[in-house]
Design a binder for this molecule. Structure first.
Ligand code: SF4
Length: 379
């Protein structure tokens, strides 16, 4: 049986963070129950279509899934188990905002089958958290992680950010010390990006935001990629670090070109070489499902050139890199014959390396990944 990953999108947040352009909404609690019912209906329909697949990863992301009442999350989990063939060994992750969890809730979620939690910690500095418009404080993160351990979770991830307004190099080095001290199995670290249309980007445009300069941000990055592996959290993707064997198997599917089904508003799927996106609005998603229409609003079959480029840059995001034999088998093309000129140019710039079986990004390539990725895009 083929393997499948499931992504379930929960598009609710208590309050929009000032930097966030994800598909999530605040103040729509009245839609919780109807949205959950629509999710369960889509799960039932898709479970019938994909009955020949074994689900070996599930990722409930958002938004803030932990904002949904436990009974509704339990309904979603029951529906997933009832309609898909979920492997006993499946990795089942849920994102949680530290300001929205209780001990009883986490125990119930563990009992419902969730076995991995990802906390949006972002920072252990209350001033920086307030500057991002986060609803939680540093102590909430510590308490949430403590609750998770008490509930029996032993696969816990935290997200951190760097390059924040007002953040110094020393401040970020301290953040990393705090992150390692809570002893989680996985850490994702992202540089702040000012997304168009967000309040933080508007504040920056008005000159109201003081960001670390480029050299400081680069020093933060250099310190992070040196420090975390030194503490046993090995880098397995550009922004992701894990204790050996505890890499996020669901996210690896994205980078390894494996199929996944997205359930819910704004969720994306990759099935049979096709990329699909669901309608983003919550009411529109609910209506589509209950009117018996497909929630899919975008469907794209990539050309062979696009598929090869996408495969290459997704694989190169990982430390494992691209396995030349797998590429040849999938596309019936010899990598070096087809991309030799591009590869050699990037190799001369110390961005990629090979042992002829695999190709991977050098340390410099990891830092300047965009140069590499854009080189492989078709004209
Ligand atoms: S909690 Fe996450 S999804 Fe929600 S607004 Fe903040 S960053 Fe966006």
């Amino acid at each position: 049986m083929s393997k499948l990953g499931l992504y379930v999108h929960i598009p609710f947040c208590r309050q929009k963070c000032l930097y966030c352009d994800f598909s999530s909404y605040q103040g729509v609690e009245h839609l919780f129950a109807a949205y959950t019912a629509a999710l369960c209906q889509q799960i039932a329909e898709q479970g019938g279509v994909l009955c020949k697949s074994v689900v070996d990863t599930i990722y409930i992301g958002g938004g803030t899934p932990s904002l949904l009442p436990v009974q509704l999350l339990e309904q979603i989990m029951s529906s997933l188990y009832a309609n898909f063939h979920v492997s006993n060994e499946a990795e089942i992750s849920m994102e949680a905002n530290p300001g929205t969890v209780t001990r009883a809730q986490l125990s119930a979620l563990k009992a419902a089958g969730i076995n991995r939690l990802s906390f949006g910690v972002q920072s252990f500095n209350n001033e920086l958290l307030a500057g991002l418009g986060r609803i939680h404080q540093a102590t909430d993160s510590l308490t949430a992680i403590e609750y998770a351990y008490a509930a029996g979770f032993n696969n816990i991830s935290i997200d951190l950010m760097y390059g924040l307004p007002g953040q110094t190099f020393e401040g970020f080095a301290w953040e990393l010390e705090q992150a390692v001290a809570v002893n989680t199995s996985h850490i994702s670290v992202y540089g702040l990006k000012l997304e168009e249309g967000t309040p933080l980007a508007a504040a920056y445009d008005r000159g109201l935001l003081k960001l670390p300069d480029e050299a400081t941000e680069e020093a933060m990055y250099d310190h992070m990629v040196d420090f975390l592996p030194g503490r046993g959290l090995l880098r397995y993707e550009i922004s992701n670090f894990a204790r050996p064997g505890l890499e996020c198997r669901h996210n690896l599917k994205y980078w390894q070109y494996q199929p996944y089904l997205g359930i819910g508003a704004a969720a994306h799927s990759f099935l049979n070489g096709e990329r699909l996106s669901n309608v983003t609005g919550i009411p529109e998603y609910i209506s589509a499902i209950f009117e018996g229409c497909s929630p899919v609003v975008m469907r794209e079959t990539l050309t062979n050139d696009q598929s090869m480029a996408e495969y290459i840059f997704l694989a190169l995001r990982t430390s494992q890199g691209l396995t030349v034999a797998n590429f040849s088998q999938l596309f019936c093309v010899d990598f070096f014959r087809h991309f030799g000129n591009i590869f050699e140019k990037l190799q001369r710039q110390d961005l990629v390396e090979t042992d002829s079986r695999r190709i991977w990004l050098t340390d410099r390539g990891m830092k300047f990944g965009n140069i590499v990725f854009s080189s492989f895009l078709p004209d």
